[in-house]
Design a binder for this molecule. Structure first.
Ligand SMILES: *Cc1c(COP(=O)(O)O)cnc(C)c1O
Length: 472
């Protein structure tokens, strides 16, 4: 299996090559030359597998350049730090089932991909006898998932920029309590976009990037997308465990995905394309509804940072969706020239107009969408709590709210639980008046000493810091 660029300007590359790069050299995103196919018999064979075993099967279709026994070792290592089941499913009534993706070390779904990426990066760097210095910006979840996945690794270090005073105390503790020497937390005197711009300046300086072995693990990383495909297979298998064997082939389920950068739902789109019987992929947005607008109208209109709202589901506060280009590539029949044209138009006029194709989003690709607001989130957390006793996090609540608008009789609706409520305890208290109990481990983390470097919003200061601490 080889990977090509959505903009047509990259020599086909194997999986492990695409892991260390961000954008393709032509500015596009890496995609599989064609999606691997999984038939109904194979799906049945996979029914008996544990989560790490299933991950080995699915990932071996993407990472054909990595021997299977190595993949098996890595998936086993990636999914051990999950106290109970890796991906538990539980019904919340009304035809809805939550898919628990937040059982990992940082209590958000990003662990599912990042834990595997940590393993495979170390493996690839070892083979190539290279080191990598990851430089990233976070508003909370990505940074902590990356740090927990990469801490203590010998060939990787992490420089994670976060906006000073803008994360929850829980998110700060989760990152800054790490004492590992290869983890460098940098609190920038600015907002998330300032952090992001600093990272872009460093990564855009190709000489500095090469000299310092800089890399990224952001949401366009293909290793993350591939690892996320696994839980769509897993969820379908667990739902159909309860279905009579003769009705299992082609038994359709729908998924609702709380979305920001279009990474998680893109993985569902890949799973559908590979043969998981998925009827609909329902995209849930918050007040930052750039994606909902796109799927309802066909117009893609990225917002400015100033027009991006700070909401109570902050991990979905995006102004543009970096992975959307991979969907557009399929929408235009995998014609790279049309993708280039569309992004040229975006640069020139600030929008892309696919309104003529909009009916195909649902009819051909099964994607529909909806938006949720702060009031919706609170009401949904409250109603789920009253009906089931379950406390759901604000992002998952956005999902449940939009899922309820798209439930169909006879079609199980699976809502991806993208974080645990403890991460956003203030909003939970606002919704249901309950102070969440933290486990002893979480309390210990909140009280642990913190290690962080404070820095002005200053490119030169960051360069000097990275140059001084980078692995080489
Ligand atoms: C990152 C994140 C999302 C959005 O996922 P995308 O892959 O960017 O669409 C939703 N919820 C939570 C809790 C997240 O951390």
């Amino acid at each position: 299996m080889l990977y090509i660029s959505t903009r047509g300007g990259m020599q086909p590359q194997p999986f492990s090559e695409t892991l260390l790069e961000g954008l393709a050299p032509d500015g596009g995103l890496a995609v599989p030359e064609q999606l691997p196919q999984v038939d109904a018999q194979t799906l049945e064979r996979w029914r008996a597998l544990t989560y790490p075993q299933l991950a080995t099967e699915v990932l071996s279709l993407f990472a054909t350049d990595i021997p299977r026994e190595d993949l098996a070792r890595m998936t086993a290592a990636a999914y051990t730090d999950f106290p109970d089941a890796v991906v538990p499913l539980r019904s919340i009534g009304g035809g809805l089932t939550l898919v628990g993706l937040s059982e990992g070390p940082t209590l958000a779904f990003k662990d599912m991909a990042m834990q595997f990426l940590g393993q495979v990066l170390e493996y690839v760097l070892e083979k190539k006898d290279r080191v990598l210095n990851i430089v990233g910006a976070t508003s909370g979840d990505t940074g902590s998932a990356a740090e927990h996945a990469l801490r203590g690794k010998e060939r990787v270090s992490v420089f994670m920029l976060s906006p000073q005073g803008r994360m929850s105390s829980f998110q700060r503790a989760q990152m800054y309590s790490l004492q590992d020497e290869n983890v460098h937390n940098i609190a920038v005197d600015g907002v998330f976009d300032d952090c992001q711009n600093l990272v872009k300046k460093l990564a855009g300086d190709l000489e500095f990037k090469r000299a310092q072995n800089l890399g990224a693990v952001n949401s366009i990383n293909l290793g993350r997308i591939a690892a996320q495909v696994v839980y769509y297979f897993w969820a379908w298998l667990r739902v159909t465990d309860a279905v009579e064997p003769e009705f299992r082939p082609g038994f359709e389920v729908s998924f609702t995905v709380p979305s920001g950068n279009f990474g998680n739902i893109l993985s569902g789109f890949f799973a559908k394309g590979m043969g998981v019987p998925i009827r609909r992929l329902v995209l849930a947005a918050n007040e930052n509804n750039v994606l909902d607008e796109f799927f309802r109208t066909g117009i893609y209109r990225p917002r400015s940072a100033a027009d991006t709202h700070a909401t109570s589901s902050p991990s979905m506060d995006i102004s543009k969706a970096s992975n959307l280009e991979r969907f557009i590539f399929d929408l235009v029949g995998r014609d790279a020239a049309r993708v280039v044209q569309a992004w040229d138009a975006l640069d020139a006029v600030g929008t892309i107009d696919f309104s003529a194709e909009q009916p195909r989003f649902e009819s051909e690709f099964g994607i529909v969408s909806g938006t949720s607001t702060h009031a919706d989130r609170l009401a949904t957390i409250r109603s789920v709590y009253e009906e089931t006793g379950e406390v759901i996090d604000p992002h998952t609540a956005d999902g449940v709210k939009v899922a309820r608008e798209h439930v169909e009789a006879e079609v199980p609706m699976l809502v991806l639980e993208t974080a645990r409520p403890e991460k956003f305890a203030e909003t939970i208290t606002e919704a249901i008046g309950v102070e969440l109990e933290f486990s002893p481990e979480l309390r210990e983390m909140m009280d642990a000493p913190q290690r962080v470097t404070e820095m002005a919003d200053d490119e030169q200061a960051l360069r000097a810091f990275v140059a001084e601490h980078a692995l080489r």
